[in-house]
Ligand binder design. Structure first.
Ligand code: GLN
Length: 446
């Protein structure tokens, strides 16, 4: 009731939550009370949360921030939704997001932009901006998100919360509407690494319904939070501190490394030489996969259908033309072009080769260090409208996040201070399945 009241009071100014499932939430809370009374409670029993509106929720609208799915109520729960419900968490509703998770500012939603609670004239980041803003404004203690190129870490940084994107394959993608399937990965936002550890522990694990899900035991992340950092080897990639990085953010990250040194870590400079290729490679691979994934929205099976189509071609053209917003259409065009006969080798295949080089950079780095630290974003939250006419400058706000997705590695963003009253995020990147080590470092830092 406390969080539902906060949503009622504050969401008007933020537009972070687009569906509130009040009745269902109160019923789940009653069930949680009964479990607590019966002595059957786990650590998450009765803890409220919000889901990003691309996780399918049985009988509840799952819009993906798009007119295309404005009328779509999923017929089942996503794997993640199911697991968190079984852990006793109470779903309060669904959060606003960039349409089909394409964006870095949450200005691309059919339901209007999300506003940053620290300054409502500014963006919260994207695409999981509704989840980040909701946690930052304490509309919920935790919220799910997805990260294809930074959509958990970047909004976590811009709103001053903690967010973790686990290793690709760690969390089920079943029932998570696909944007770029080889990059998409679900994760969580919360105030602290400790809260993230609890929720991630409940979300993660093998799901046979997702063919890329990995069969591997989930460690008790919460149990490892207080481990000593003595001798932990931390690498600072030289390429993450060059031109384009805000000086205040650089100083905040430097101050964070001093804290890690004081906690016993050894900090050294490393190199990820192909960093400059990450944004161009990502913006070929992600649109290519999106153009394929989004071909299912044809106005026939489900979702938006135009009125009075003349014939089948008109039905496809107008349903997709009216149902998808401009950024989604831009990505479909770019992706279709990159995959077309004659251009495939020059763009898609080449981008996949670059992707391999980028993974190689990380493998070499992790031969010498345990964790990589750097900024999450080049700047703090920008003004609504500031970058909306310039897709390339918008894409560059992902410069420190997309490489992690191309490599399939886990990454997180942890609050690391403020520049001119706006939050700064410290990015922590781990080797495959090292979420526990990252959460431990983040917890000790916090
Ligand atoms: N900002 C990136 C994009 O627009 C990443 C989005 C995401 O991670 N879903 O594609």
């Amino acid at each position: 009731e406390h969080f539902l009241a906060r949503i009622r009071a504050l969401n008007g100014a933020l537009n972070a939550v687009i569906t509130v499932t009040e009745e269902q939430a109160l019923a789940q809370a009653d069930a949680a009370d009964a479990r607590i009374a019966a002595g059957e409670a786990g650590p998450l029993t009765g803890i409220p949360l919000l889901h990003k509106d691309l996780f399918c929720t049985d009988g509840v609208r799952t819009s993906c921030g798009s007119r295309m799915l404005d009328n779509f109520a999923a017929p089942y729960d996503a794997g993640v939704v199911e697991r968190l419900r079984e852990a006793g968490m109470v779903m309060l509703g669904k959060t606003n997001m960039d349409e089909f998770a394409m964006g870095s500012s949450n200005e691309n939603s059919f339901y209007g932009p999300v506003r940053n609670p620290w300054d409502t004239e500014r963006v919260p980041g994207g695409s999981s901006g509704g989840s980040a803003a909701a946690v930052a404004a304490r509309l919920a203690p935790a919220a799910t998100g997805t990260d294809t190129g930074g959509s958990i870490r970047q909004p976590a940084a811009l709103t001053g919360v903690t967010g973790i994107k686990p290793t690709y394959g760690r969390v089920s993608r079943w029932g998570m509407v696909a944007f770029a399937s080889s990059l998409d990965q679900g994760g969580v936002f919360a105030r602290t690494a400790e809260d993230c550890a609890l929720v991630l522990g409940a979300m993660a694990g093998f799901d046979p319904r997702d063919s890329t899900s990995i069969e591997r035991e989930v460690p008790d992340y919460a149990a490892g939070l207080n481990a000593d950092l003595d001798g932990l080897r931390i690498g600072l990639p030289r390429e993450y501190f060059g031109e384009g990085l805000d000086a205040g953010i650089a100083a905040a990250v430097e101050a964070a490394t001093d804290t890690f040194r004081a906690l016993g870590a050894e900090v050294r400079e490393i190199s990820l030489p192909n960093t400059h290729l990450a944004v161009p490679a990502y913006y070929v691979v992600a649109p290519a996969e999106c153009s394929s994934n989004l071909s299912r929205f044809d106005g026939v099976r489900y979702g938006y259908r135009c009125e009075h189509p003349k014939d089948l071609t008109d039905l496809y053209e107008r349903s997709r033309g009216e149902g998808f917003g401009p950024e989604v259409q831009r990505r479909i065009m770019v992706g279709t072009y990159a995959l077309s006969a004659g251009y495939y080798d020059a763009y898609y295949l080449k981008a996949q080769r670059v992707r391999r080089l980028i993974s190689g950079d990380f493998s070499s780095a992790f031969a010498d260090v345990d964790l990589i630290l750097g900024p999450t974003t080049p700047g703090t939250a920008f003004r609504i409208g500031e970058k909306s006419d310039d897709p390339v400058s918008m894409y560059l706000s992902d410069i420190y996040t997309v490489a992690v997705n191309l490599a399939g590695l886990p990454g997180m963003s942890v609050p690391a201070g403020f520049v001119e009253g706006l939050p700064v995020g410290l990015q922590i990147i781990g080797n495959y399945f090292e979420e526990g080590r990252m959460l431990n470092a983040a917890h000790r830092f916090q």
